[in-house]
Design a protein around this ligand. Structure first.
Ligand SMILES: Cc1cc2nc3c(=O)[nH]c(=O)nc-3n(C[C@H](O)[C@H](O)[C@H](O)COP(=O)(O)OP(=O)(O)OC[C@H]3O[C@@H](n4cnc5c(N)ncnc54)[C@H](O)[C@@H]3O)c2cc1C
Length: 466
């Protein structure tokens, strides 16, 4: 019986209702965190236009025959977490009446609202292929096939100006280098154009130096402090400086804010929030939709965790919610061993006394080592096994100085795959999935397509019958 009717019959008093708008990284982390913090004390409704959560960060490996975690069915996830899923898109918020209006005109009332609807991706470089997620895997694959067939060409990977997340550009460039080498297409020249002063500047100096070395080793040219504008007539027009010769350009999207009627927004359409993700009375926001300047999945989950605590505190279910304290964790796919990057602000209370401390390592700097380093979402996504939520949230690990990641990964990775196959052969699918988890962790969370298919097959074997 729906809860709002149950209380009319005097069955039990209704629980406060939290409506979470969104079905992505921040929305799911908010739901998982709320359940971890307050259990079943709240009724939760997730409002999302789509039926499944697809892991966008891992999709960069798609054009190279690698797959990330399987999509998660939102209906099943909501059911597991004791929440309801309402299919639809948030159109407006009526804060007076505490009601959200969906795009089809339906209304949903809330006691507390969390807006986690992400940003709007837009092409950042005219004439380029804009890689925004799984939808563009086929475009990049077709481009690489064309490059291989037509001989010498110049490919430039571009970080657009404005609000964006640059890491996938470096991943796409390095995985392309490995792919073209494997195809024997050695006459293709590759380059990266970025407005950043140093590659992956946000991760600190060590990351910049490591990136320069890796790009150099792969023969990938680098133009920093360069804003790519438009590909036209075999030239990539940039600012400042002369155009770069390019036959094709692959870019990441430029992001715009969602600008929802009834909520405040800045000039870019993003929602301003305080340190607890509060937008207005009883309204919170987390993730790419907010005005926080860095749009990244790991940060989106940290914002979501802070929001979940603040929501629980607002309802007097917990004391003293912790504010959002950003720690940037990035897993870089390279076409070989992955690279782990972590950065946080350290130093005094005054902004001027603070410095960015970054770490780079070939070994996982957090566990489980997923691409979206969320306290609850990473364990949920990072394993092929069904996880018991909240038993093992994400943890940081120390870096290992001097480790040689490439050499170490390959043997361990091949062994883990072999063990997975052996276990599956004798029908021990649970153990086979454990071994596959280990292999995926060694490869940065992605696996060749044939192993992704094996994983799905083994999971089906394990699923309860009926
Ligand atoms: C190619 C690429 C690679 C990336 N790689 C990484 C990486 O390696 N690591 C990392 O941490 N980050 C990475 N990012 C960034 C990361 O994907 C985002 O920062 C993250 O997904 C933001 O989470 P979010 O929940 O705020 O938004 P999203 O994940 O975009 O989710 C928004 C959700 O809201 C839904 N929605 C939209 N409008 C409405 C509406 N009106 N009403 C209800 N629901 C709505 C959407 O359908 C979606 O379900 C990458 C991004 C790209 C494009």
């Amino acid at each position: 019986m729906p809860e709002h009717r149950a209380h009319l019959r005097g069955v039990r008093p209704p629980r406060p209702r939290v409506v979470i708008a969104g079905g992505g990284v921040a929305a799911i982390e908010t739901l998982l965190a709320l359940r971890h913090i307050v259990g079943e004390q709240l009724a939760v409704t997730l409002v999302a236009p789509e039926r499944s959560f697809v892991n966008r960060p891992s999709s960069v490996a798609g054009p190279f025959g690698l797959g990330g975690p399987a999509p998660i069915d939102l209906e099943a996830l909501a059911r597991d977490q004791g929440a309801e899923l309402a299919q639809g898109a948030l159109g407006a918020v009526d804060r007076e009446r505490r009601v959200v209006v969906l795009d089809d005109g339906a209304e949903l009332s809330y006691d507390l609202l969390v807006v986690a609807i992400g940003a709007v991706p837009e092409p950042g470089v005219a004439g380029a292929v804009t890689f925004s997620g799984p939808g563009q895997i086929a475009d990049v694959t077709a481009l690489l096939d064309a490059v291989e067939q037509r001989g010498a060409r110049r490919l430039v990977f571009a970080v657009p100006g404005g609000v964006t997340w640059s890491l996938p550009v470096y991943e796409l460039a390095m995985m392309t280098a490995a792919d073209l080498r494997a195809r024997g297409a050695t006459s293709v020249t590759l380059g990266i154009a970025t407005p950043e002063p140093e590659p992956l500047q946000l991760f600190g100096e060590a990351a910049g130096a490591a990136m320069r070395e890796m790009l150099d080793a792969r023969g990938i040219s680098l133009w920093t402090r360069t804003r790519p504008l438009e590909l036209r007539g075999g030239l990539l027009h940039v600012e400042p400086g002369p155009p770069l010769r390019a036959d094709a350009v692959i870019s990441v999207p430029k992001l715009a804010g969602p600008a929802i009627a009834g909520l405040p927004s800045d000039s870019g359409g993003f929602i301003p929030v305080d340190a607890h993700g509060r937008v207005a009375e009883r309204v919170y926001a987390a993730g790419d939709a907010t005005a926080f300047p860095v749009k990244q999945g790991g940060l989106a989950t940290q914002q979501a965790d802070a929001v979940a605590e603040a929501v629980a505190a607002d309802l007097d279910l917990v004391p003293d919610p912790a504010p959002f304290r950003p720690v940037l964790r990035g897993l870089l796919l390279t076409g070989g061993a992955p690279l782990y990057l972590r950065a946080e602000l350290t130093g005094g209370a005054k902004p001027t006394a603070r410095t960015l401390r970054g770490q780079v390592s070939g070994r996982a700097l957090w566990w489980p080592p997923g691409k979206v380093a969320g306290r609850y979402l990473a364990p949920y996504l990072g394993t092929a096994r069904p996880v018991e939520l909240g038993t093992e949230p994400l943890r940081d690990r120390a870096s290992a100085a001097g480790a040689s990641p490439a050499a170490e990964r390959d043997e361990a990775y091949q062994l883990a795959l072999l063990l997975a196959e052996e276990d599956a052969k004798v029908g021990d699918y649970r153990q086979a999935l454990h071994a596959l988890d280990a292999a995926a962790a060694l490869a940065g969370g992605v696996l060749p397509d044939e192993w992704v298919a094996s994983r799905e097959r083994w999971q089906r074997e394990l699923a309860p019958q009926g």
